[in-house]
Design a protein around this ligand. Structure first.
Ligand SMILES: [Zn+2]
Length: 221
């Protein structure tokens, strides 16, 4: 018995809170103390359950808050939690919308749709960054797709692929987010395999202007 107690006690002592999976009670505490007010969530937020919609969203905020990055050669590193918090003035839920989410420029508002809550943990965090890009005045917005899986579909592509820099619209923002997490992050709980696979689905179908060389470089296969 003593041995078991010591082992458990030690594992608590040496575990890194950034790497440990958040418990439901941790998420609920952060939800009530930070997330509801930081992002102005506009529905009744008192019913927090795991699993549940609130905890899925809380996990995405948790991931944004707890990822840390090594600075690049210019001394820059992103802070996605601060980025989203700085631009989002309201988070709304619409049970009828069919997208993952929508960003409303000029209103500082993000609307979440049901598919968001069923999405991968990795893509939920990325989607918050994607929609936040739409709230920035420099966002050129999406374009009609020319070629690829969504050929002819309005607003389903970014016009130009910006090679991982913070330019262009929401799909470039997704790539920026995944690129930093794949290449510049201290280890966190997001799966690199899932993130690479998310990039692999976007690269060939979400950018109207992307070179063959860029496609090869970013697809990782
Ligand atoms: Zn978008």
């Amino acid at each position: 018995m003593n041995f078991i107690w010591v082992t458990l006690g030690l594992s608590v002592l040496i575990s890194n809170p950034v790497l440990a999976a958040p418990q439901c009670s941790d998420l609920e505490a952060q939800w009530n103390s930070h997330y509801v007010s930081d992002f102005k969530i506009d529905w009744d937020t008192s019913n927090f359950t795991c699993p549940g919609g609130e905890s899925s969203l809380a996990m995405a905020f948790f991931d944004l808050a707890n990822m840390t990055f090594r600075a690049n050669k210019d001394g820059y590193r992103p802070d996605f939690y601060a980025l989203v918090k700085g631009l989002v003035r309201k988070v709304h839920f619409d049970p009828d919308c069919k997208y993952l989410a929508l960003g409303h420029r000029g209103q500082g508002k993000i609307t979440l749709c049901n598919p968001f809550f069923k999405d991968s943990r990795e893509d939920r965090a990325s989607t918050l960054v994607h929609e936040t890009r739409h709230l920035q005045s420099g966002d050129p917005a999406h374009a009609q797709c020319v070629g690829g899986k969504y050929n002819g579909k309005a607003g389903a592509c970014d016009d130009t692929f910006y090679d991982g820099s913070w330019n262009g619209s929401g799909f470039n923002a997704d790539i920026f987010f995944y690129s930093w997490n794949m290449n510049g992050a201290e280890k966190n709980e997001l799966s690199r395999a899932v993130m690479q696979s998310e990039m692999n689905t976007m690269i060939p179908d979400r950018f109207n202007h992307i070179t063959g060389e860029q496609t090869k470089k970013w697809r990782g296969n």
